[in-house]
Write a protein of this length. Structure first.
Length: 354
């Protein structure tokens, strides 16, 4: 029997399963999915869970059911690519013939003292639950500091304002304007949206230290009743510890078929892969489709075709339940249309997976 092991049931892993299960699979193939949770979590919606505008159930999708699929729940401790083995907690070992690593990312604290201890996170569903509990137990007029005004920080700030308009939300960003990775028009639109709703945007900030209920901006203390960190990501620790070539962001450098050089049976999908685009759910899904194609060709002893460059259709963000922003086909969008588009995409995802 040949065993394909997928580490992580995120967007990449789910799309690989979806593509493989819609095709003819070898009779002697078994597929094992390893995840700590018994369901797929829609990470793009963790901000809404943390803010209290989406329920836990709303952002979960059941893993698919298939006669060739075995699901193993557990914590991964290490990967031995020379022995083709996964080491799990409780001294359990899982062998593989082909491996797909899709372990996602963690917060990156940029060596800011205290940031990893005294801030909340929305990187996992567990941490988002804890953030929800903390934020929604705050009293009226409490101050919430959000460090990082990229897509996650902006969506969390807007959703928290909608959920708890009594809170004072302060959004700290290093840039001169927020959403620096987007067209300037979008940054100005979102900045204006926040100003109209008394969400304070602290531009050109530099968080130098975090203490309990206090963050230091350019060395000056700022009191916050809670602090949420959304100021950067890095690959999962297990991936960072692998002895393979990585880019400056510690993502694994891959060959043209998304596998690790000198380990052609090990593929990497999603946030841990070094790709010419910023990590996103859409990028993971597009890459996963190509990996599924390569696997199908390999199992038929055929040479995979040259893979085309991955193209990103666009990016959408929400500002509460009625407004949004984004770029589609290189066209900036603001207002209700991008919010409706995002809601429709989420509805389709939930109803076409699992």
């Amino acid at each position: 029997m040949k065993r394909l092991v997928l580490l992580g049931g995120g967007y990449g892993g789910m799309r690989i399963l979806q593509k493989l299960f819609s095709s003819d699979l070898p009779e002697d193939l078994t597929i094992t999915l390893v995840d700590r949770n018994p369901y797929h979590s829609m990470k793009t919606e963790y901000y809404a869970l943390a803010a209290g505008t989406a329920s836990d159930h709303h952002i979960r999708v059941q893993f698919p059911v298939h006669q060739k699929l075995e699901i193993k729940y557990g914590e991964i401790e290490s990967i031995d690519m020379d022995a083709n083995e996964i080491h799990l907690k409780d001294d359990e070992t899982l062998a593989y013939d082909t491996l797909v690593i899709g372990l996602g990312c963690e917060d990156k604290y940029h060596n800011v003292p205290g940031a990893d201890v005294h801030t909340l996170s929305i990187q996992t569903i567990d941490s988002s639950r804890r953030t929800y509990e903390t934020l929604n137990n705050l009293g009226a007029n409490s101050i919430v500091g959000i460090v990082g005004a990229g897509l996650s920080g902006v969506e969390l700030a807007s959703e928290l304002h909608e959920s708890r308009p009594d809170l004072q939300v302060k959004l700290f960003d290093r840039g001169h304007t927020i959403l620096s990775a987007f067209p300037e028009r979008l940054g100005k639109y979102v900045q204006s949206w926040f100003e109209e709703r008394s969400v304070e945007v602290v531009s050109e900030s530099n968080i130098t230290k975090v203490e309990p209920n206090t963050l230091f901006n350019h060395g000056e203390p700022v009191h916050c009743d809670s602090i949420v960190w959304t100021a950067g990501i890095q690959p999962n620790k297990i991936v960072r510890e692998l002895d393979v070539e990585k880019d400056p962001q510690q993502r694994i450098i891959l060959n043209d078929y998304h596998s690790i050089p000198n380990h052609d049976n090990v593929f990497v999908v999603g946030d841990c892969a070094s790709l010419p685009h910023a990590p996103s759910a859409q990028l993971a899904e597009e890459q996963a489709e190509q990996i599924a194609l390569v696997l199908q060709k390999q199992w038929k002893n055929e040479t995979p075709p040259a893979l085309p460059p991955i193209k990103i259709k666009g990016t959408l963000g929400s500002l509460g339940s009625k407004h949004g922003f984004g770029v589609m086909a290189n066209r900036p969008l603001t207002g209700r249309v991008p919010r409706l588009l995002k809601s429709g995409i989420l509805w389709m995802y939930k109803n076409h997976n699992g």
